[in-house]
Design a protein around this ligand. Structure first.
Ligand code: ASP
Length: 481
């Protein structure tokens, strides 16, 4: 399956690598999905037809999601158990510096563009085809505490399918005069959805400690390394199914959208601002950072990640894309697996440049359609909370829309106005996921450049030597020093 293995393809004179064939199939699948979507749309298909068209895509999403848990556990634990404390410390320092830098630049790019372009005006909100839901109670501070709470799950098995979320309940309190009064109580309840953050924290600690225990825990390290190998092989099988899955997901999405033309007219400038921001971040900011770190061509590096980018476009989930991103980085870009194993799962969970940029633009846009001019302090609050919200967002479709509640509440904007931008989230979500995934990929590239020497120095050296046996025969052996 390596890129060096060239296989004959009877359709063309030249020979194609497996990766090239998969890439071409995926590109064809995207165009095919768009075409099928628009052609079938004209026939006004029934709900059942749309459901059937989306069925192969649903199975594809399930296959990818099924791999997330074993992939995160095996890659983090096997990767970290091979490193010493100094190496993992250096690697995490570089990774977190990269996450912090890129996310803040993404937010600032979004803020600058939305203030200059000013896509929102009050007429958008008054349009009757957009209705607003009821207000929801959320406290930015409580959401922030949830983030920390979820990092330390009380039950690791439960963390694989449930997470903690703060909710408000109305409690009746008895007064001294036998009457009752209502009081708002804050409770932390469990809701469905994998607690990836908690799981990652657990796996990091587990992996690092295995490395420190050494010989006695070697069996555990070997187990997770073998698991990692098996999962990687399964991912390669899934990748052959991905063109069908992606085509189906895209076609079904296009069939499900209501009022394409009307929505585009109302939210065109808003979409333009978000897309421009994502484009600037993806094609200018990140490549510049990569170039500054590595002095290598960033677009060549980006080319190696195209398959992951297309999967992100199809699935709108960086977690579901994770297996493919691993494959692209290790096979196409030759990033050291000890780096991808740590930097990628952590990045996919907390480093979301596209989401941060999107949340900043969307919040200021909501202020604009409400006729509110944000003060400098409020813009600073938007920047800070958009960063936090992107860290807290799960790597699943439309998660950014949910965590935007944090940003809106922090600056006192109506949270119900999120329903105004839902109509275009199917597209913006895919694009920001693509930026999230490529941002993580470049993160691995940057850390690889910084830590490469450190890792090479610590690699065991295999020295070939000749040994003379007792019976006078010679034997060639390799000695590990
Ligand atoms: N869908 C995005 C992701 O998986 C998160 C978001 O909604 O912004 O990366």
């Amino acid at each position: 399956m390596s890129s060096n293995t060239r296989k004959g393809c009877f359709l063309f004179k030249r020979s194609w690598t497996t990766e090239e064939i998969q890439l071409v199939l995926t590109i064809l699948a995207i165009f095919g999905g768009i075409l099928v979507g628009f052609v079938v749309r004209v026939q006004e298909p029934s709900e059942k037809t749309i459901h059937l068209i989306g069925f192969p895509g649903e199975i594809f999403m399930n296959m990818l999601k099924m791999m997330i848990l074993p992939l995160i556990a095996s890659s983090l634990i096997s990767g970290l158990s091979q490193l010493d404390a100094k190496q993992s410390g250096r690697m995490s320092a570089y990774a977190f510096a990269y996450y912090a830098l890129t996310t803040s630049v993404a937010v600032l790019t979004g803020i600058a563009l939305v203030l200059v372009i000013h896509p929102g005006d009050a007429s958008i909100k008054s349009d009757k085809f957009m209705s607003a839901d009821n207000e929801q109670h959320v406290s930015a501070f409580e959401k922030f505490l949830d983030l920390i709470r979820n990092m330390f799950p009380d039950n690791i098995v439960q963390a694989s399918f449930q997470q903690t979320q703060t909710d408000y309940v109305i409690k009746l309190i008895a007064n001294n005069d036998n009457t009752t009064r209502e009081s708002l109580d804050v409770i932390a309840k469990k809701v469905d959805g994998m607690n990836v953050l908690g799981f990652i924290v657990f796996c990091i600690v587990f992996g690092v400690v295995i490395g420190q225990v050494g010989e006695k825990a070697q069996v555990l390290a070997n187990f997770f390394t073998a698991l990692d190998l098996v999962i990687t092989k399964i991912v390669i099988i899934i990748m052959w199914y991905s063109p069908i899955g992606i085509a189906s997901l895209i076609a079904a999405k296009i069939l499900g959208i209501l009022n394409i033309v009307q929505t585009a007219k109302m939210l065109g400038m808003y979409m333009f601002t978000v897309i421009l921001g994502l484009g600037v971040h993806l094609f200018v900011t990140i490549p510049l950072i990569y170039f500054a770190v590595s002095r290598k061509n960033p677009y060549k590096f980006m080319k190696g990640l195209v398959q992951a980018a297309l999967t992100a476009l199809g699935t709108a989930s960086s977690a579901a894309t994770l297996p493919i991103t691993f494959h692209c980085l290790e096979m196409n870009n030759k990033v050291d697996p000890r780096i991808t194993k740590f930097v990628l799962p952590v990045g996919a969970t907390i480093n979301m440049d596209g989401t941060a940029l999107y949340e900043a633009v969307a919040s200021v846009f909501i202020a604009q359609i409400n006729g509110i001019e944000l003060s400098f302090g409020q813009v600073a609050t938007v920047s800070l909370t958009a960063t936090l919200a992107s860290i807290g967002a799960a790597s699943i479709p439309s998660a950014g829309l949910v965590t935007m509640l944090i940003v809106l509440t922090a600056v006192g904007l109506p949270t119900s106005d999120i329903s105004l931008i839902i109509a275009v989230d199917w597209l913006l979500d895919r694009l920001r996921t693509c930026v999230n995934v490529l941002g993580d990929g470049f993160g691995c590239g940057c850390v690889h450049e910084r830590c490469r020497r450190d890792l090479i120095d610590s690699e065991p050296q295999h020295i070939p030597s000749i040994v003379v046996n007792g019976d006078g025969t010679f034997e060639k052996v390799t000695e590990v020093v």
